[in-house]
Each structure stands twice: as structure tokens, then as C-alpha cells.
Design a protein around this ligand. Structure first.
Ligand code: NAD
Ligand code: DAU
Length: 356
């Protein structure tokens, strides 16, 4: 038994691979990890698996059909867990093409390759096979302040090129189940945070900038709301759905933890004040309000009752425990932080922040 993970060198994918290979129930099942190593992929995240025969890393693109066919024939996975994607909303605004290529076309190519593999299995293996599509709450659009949280039946109303590309991929996965019978499950998760989060996203960017004494750029009025989930809780949610989710169903995963961006930044600053005080005074002095993100969704919130009632999943971390662990991880992993701040990273900061 083997699983094939796509995008397993990125933030959530690498946490998932590490979690899978350390969890009592799954740790004996090897992982084949296919990742193109874009700017967001980082083999350092998987350094603890070096020499571990349970982990096979393959550098490659989900859009490469020949490679997919060869990997599926060689490893005969009993499940595919699909993380690989372009994932940053701001990058999708500056350059949507890569999002269409990977998130839409790449998912299509992967589905076709997996369908070919699955169709040739015997009936028992066919019934046991799973294609798990990892998606986002952003496909549902933006909520009014007092509106109920997103359920799985909420209308799709994606607003950014990123969320539109993920919505398209969700629809493809759904169609491959309904038309071809491919045994799929989809999870739509809220904002993750934790170790190995690339510092283009809000929480790690704020930690890294604060430690460097740089401005902490809050878009617009900072009153946008996100529902934050510690990444290991996302991993346990995916394991639960992969093991027990009903075929063709979608499950929302969230932290029951709505916070404004301003609250998030102030919490990060307060933790840094406690754990790494600055001689220049409180880190909140660095907060700078900058031009808003175009089309910025105001509020996301996940109703996670379905996964709880059907599969007994609930997050293990509170925001207080998760954010403390996260800040401590960044303080203890200065080498990782230094290594991801390459020339490409600095170019991105220029592109996104210089004219704000
Ligand atoms: P990430 O950007 O950190 O990692 C993406 C990974 O995919 C990288 O390792 C990258 O190299 C790889 N990749 C990109 N294009 C590829 C291609 N064409 N072929 C093979 N590999 C490719 O993303 P993340 O934050 O870890 O998100 C993972 C998944 O979870 C995505 O599908 C995202 O939409 C979804 N998601 C993310 C969040 C979040 O808060 N980060 C929340 C909900 C859902
Ligand atoms: O909701 C799930 C989604 O969460 C995932 O699907 C995406 O892959 C993931 O990137 C994340 O999207 P967001 O756009 O919500 O995350 P980001 O960290 O980019 O931004 C969080 C909030 O913080 C958002 O309201 C924008 C704001 N922000 C972000 C940055 C980078 C700022 O105010 N300043 C910043 O510099």
C-alpha cells in the first residue's frame, strides 16, 4: 500500500507527509511525493526524511502526463492526495496564468492519468481507491459580517483568479466522479498557519518582517476576517476524510476561529514582545496600513459540523496554542527563514509592496 501526494514539498503538503509518516495509524504506508519545486516548494521541509525508505521524492509537474502514467504504473498507489497548486491570492492578481496552468489544467491532467490507472484496477482495488482533492474555503466567496458560516452547500462565488482556479478544479473533480465514477473526496479548508509557511502569507510575513525591523503591511483597514486553523489539524482532517469520507462528498474543514487581520498582527507582535523583545520598543510600532488587495474578500468562516458529525473530527489546537507554537517555530528556525529569502523572494516583495 502506497499513497501518492502531489505538492508535498509545499507548506501544507510537507506538513501532511511528515504527519502521515509519524502518525501511529499511517506511518507504515509509504508516500510517493510529486512536486515541481516551484518557489513555494522546499525540500528542506522534508530534511528529517532523508534516507527514509518510506518517502520517495519525485521532482515533476502534475501537468506531465507521461511522468504521471509512469509513476502510477510503478508505484500503484491506493490513493492520491492532491495538494499541488499555485496558492497565493496576491500572486494570482499579478500573474493569473500560472494558476490556470497548474490549478485547472494540471488538475485535469492528473485526473485523466488517475482515471486511466483506476480503470485498469480489479474490482476490489477499484472500490478501495481514493482521489482526495485538497481545496479552499475561498471558492465560496465573501461573507457579510453577520452571515452564517460556509456550509458545503454554499453557492460557489469565487472572486480572485486563485479562487476561480480552485473552484474550477473542484468542479472537474466533481465531474470526474459523476461521469466516470472516479472515487473522489474533496475538502475545503480555511486559512492554515504553522511551521514551513512561506513568508509571503500574512502570519509568517509578519513574523519575518518584525524580526527584521521592517514595516508590517496591513491591507486596507485590517478588518477582514479569516478563520485560522493550525496546519496539523488540517492534516488530521484530511486523514479522517481520506479514511472515512463518503464518495463524491465535500467536507469543510475550519478552526471555529474567526479573527480580523489586525487582531492577528497584534497577537504576533505581542508574542514576539514576550519571546524576543526588541530594544526599539513594541513590534506593533512597525504596523503600516497599505493599499488594499483588489477584490479583497471581507470575511471567510467555515461551518465544520459535517466533518465533526460524520467523522468525529475537531481541531486539537486552539488559536492561542497554535500561534504560540508557530512563533516559537520561526524563532527556532532562523536558517530555514534565511534560506527561503532568496532573490526571487525579494523580487516578489518589490512587485507586491513597493507601490502600495
Ligand atoms: P504552497 O504554495 O505552499 O505549496 C504548493 C506546492 O505545490 C509547492 O511545493 C509547489 O512546488 C507545488 N506545485 C506547484 N505547482 C506544481 C505543479 N504544476 N506540479 C507539481 N507541484 C506543483 O501551498 P499550500 O499553502 O501548502 O497549499 C496546498 C494546497 O492546499 C493548495 O491546493 C491550496 O489551494 C490548498 N489550501 C491552502 C490553504 C492555506 O491556508 N494555505 C487553505 C486551504 C486550502
Ligand atoms: O482561506 C484559505 C486560503 O487562505 C488559501 O486557499 C490560500 O491558499 C491561502 O493563501 C490563504 O489566502 P488568504 O488570501 O486569506 O491568505 P493571506 O495570508 O495572503 O492573507 C490573509 C489576510 O491578510 C488577507 O485578508 C490579506 C491580508 N494581508 C495579507 C498579506 C500577505 C495583509 O493585510 N497584508 C499582507 O501583507
Amino acid at each position: 500500500m502506497t499513497i501518492l501526494v502531489t505538492g508535498g514539498a509545499g507548506f501544507i503538503g510537507s506538513n501532511f507527509v511528515l504527519d502521515w509518516l509519524s502518525h501511529a495509524v499511517t506511518r507504515d504506508e509509504p508516500v510517493v511525493n510529486l512536486d515541481a519545486l516551484t518557489y513555494a516548494g522546499n525540500l528542506q521541509n522534508l530534511a528529517s526524511l532523508q534516507g527514509d525508505a518510506r518517502h520517495t521524492f519525485v521532482k515533476g509537474d502534475i501537468g506531465d502526463r507521461q511522468l504521471l502514467d509512469a509513476l502510477l504504473a510503478q508505484h500503484r498507489p491506493r490513493a492520491v492526495v492532491h495538494f499541488a497548486a499555485e496558492s497565493h491570492v496576491d500572486r494570482s492578481i499579478h500573474g493569473p496564468g500560472a494558476f490556470m496552468k497548474t490549478n485547472v489544467e494540471g488538475t485535469f491532467t492528473l485526473l485523466e492519468a488517475v482515471r486511466g490507472h483506476w480503470s485498469a484496477l480489479d474490482d476490489v482495488a477499484k472500490a478501495a481507491f481514493r482521489f482526495h482533492h485538497v481545496s479552499t474555503d475561498e471558492v465560496y466567496g465573501s461573507l457579510a459580517p453577520d452571515a452564517p458560516a460556509f456550509t458545503e452547500t454554499h453557492t460557489y462565488e469565487p472572486n480572485s483568479p486563485y479562487s476561480a482556479s480552485k473552484a474550477a478544479s473542484d468542479h472537474l473533480v466533481r465531474a470526474w466522479h459523476h461521469t466516470y465514477g472516479l472515487p473522489v473526496v474533496t475538502t475545503n479548508c480555511s486559512n492554515n498557519y504553522g511551521p514551513y509557511h512561506f513568508p509571503e502569507k500574512l502570519i509568517p510575513l509578519m513574523i519575518v518582517n518584525a524580526l527584521a525591523g521592517k514595516p508590517l503591511p496591513i491591507y486596507g483597514d485590517g478588518q477582514q476576517v479569516r478563520d485560522w486553523l493550525y496546519v496539523s489539524d488540517h492534516c488530521s482532517g484530511i486523514r479522517a476524510v481520506l479514511a472515512g469520507g463518503r464518495l463524491g462528498e465535500t467536507y469543510n474543514i475550519g478552526g471555529w476561529n474567526e479573527k480580523t487581520n489586525k487582531e492577528i498582527v497584534l497577537t504576533v507582535c505581542a508574542l514576539l514582545d514576550e519571546l524576543r523583545p526588541s530594544a526599539q520598543g513594541p513590534y506593533s510600532r512597525l504596523i503600516t496600513y497599505v493599499t488594499d488587495r483588489p477584490g479583497h474578500d471581507r470575511r471567510y468562516a467555515i461551518d465544520a459540523r459535517k466533518i465533526e458529525s460524520e467523522l468525529g473530527w475537531r481541531p486539537a489546537e486552539t488559536f492561542e496554542t497554535g500561534i504560540r507554537k508557530t512563533v516559537q517555530w520561526y524563532l527556532s528556525n532562523a536558517d530555514w527563514v534565511a534560506n527561503v529569502q532568496s532573490g526571487g523572494y525579494r523580487d516578489w516583495l518589490n512587485t507586491n509592496y513597493k507601490t502600495r
